[in-house]
Design a binder for this molecule. Structure first.
Ligand code: IPE
Ligand code: IPE
Ligand code: MG
Length: 242
């Protein structure tokens, strides 16, 4: 990907992705949904490498939503197994490539092994400098905000936080994304044009980009198109055009 013609200030620093269409990708090929999820997981790794090559320091992917428990037990348990397997293998790769791993969402509902892997992965990769790759697992934007509100209330009750000090910066520090900049660009694949409970607070001023491509097919060319679309936009944040 050659972005050297773009003003560096026009390249997004944080790209969040709703990776969608794994099931339809599989169906289109006469495969089972699980094979779509496997291909989708492989593509997360491929796209992370593209981010590093493009000099984009933050990537966040929506891997499993708080609503995805509604799927069949078979599909849910395959997805959990895939995440365990993938993460176990990926930690070494992340260390080699300088990738910091983070997790967003309520881990308490995940199995013990996955919870332990998450804690371990975050700990051992915490100083990695090239890319912060965050996985949203059992993540819902509303759930995240409610969990933050409970923590804020507890700190107020305990006298650790004064109610009048709760501003946007303080509140943000109670969210799972603490320390991450808000996404500049949010990409959703597979033709669906909705947020599906992803990063509700953090996407307040993100640019949105939708593509019909199914996630396992999302290529370097598709990423470049999304970045170029972003670069051509005028972000006003409520102000006036310069
Ligand atoms: C996205 O692919 C992956 C997850 C939500 C876990 P889907 O499984 O939603 O694929 P489609 O939307 O059925 O094609
Ligand atoms: C959103 O995709 C969640 C993830 C990508 C993890 P879904 O496929 O679950 O979303 P809906 O149901 O089409 O809104
Ligand atoms: Mg879907």
């Amino acid at each position: 990907m050659n972005l050297s013609d773009l003003d560096p200030g026009k390249i997004p620093r944080h790209i969040a992705i709703i990776l969608d269409g794994n099931g339809r990708w599989a169906k289109q090929r006469g495969l089972i949904r699980q094979q779509g999820h496997k291909a989708g997981a492989d593509n997360v790794e491929t796209v992370a490498d593209m981010m590093i090559a493009a000099g984009i320091p933050y990537m966040t992917v929506y891997a499993f939503s708080t609503e995805n428990w509604k799927r069949s037990q078979e599909e849910v348990s395959y997805l959990m197994g895939l995440m365990r397997w993938y993460l176990k293998n990926y930690i070494k790769t992340a260390l080699r490539k300088g990738i910091r791993l983070r997790f967003l969402g309520d881990a308490s509902r995940l199995d013990q092994e996955l919870q332990k892997l998450i804690i371990h992965a975050e700990e051992v990769t915490k100083d990695m400098p090239n890319l912060t790759l965050s996985f949203a697992i059992n993540y819902g934007g509303r759930d995240e905000i409610l969990r933050a509100v409970r923590k804020v209330s507890r700190d107020v009750a305990d006298g650790k936080l004064d109610e009048k000090d709760i501003d946007e910066t303080v509140f943000s520090s109670y969210l799972d994304t603490k320390g991450l900049p808000d996404p500049d660009l949010m990409i959703r694949t597979s033709g669906e044009e909705r947020i599906s409970n992803f990063l509700l607070w953090q996407l307040a001023y993100s640019e949105l980009y939708f593509t019909d491509v199914y996630w396992p097919d999302f290529s370097e060319e598709d990423l470049e198109k999304a970045i170029r679309s972003y670069a051509a936009r005028d972000r006003r944040f409520g102000g006036r055009k310069k």
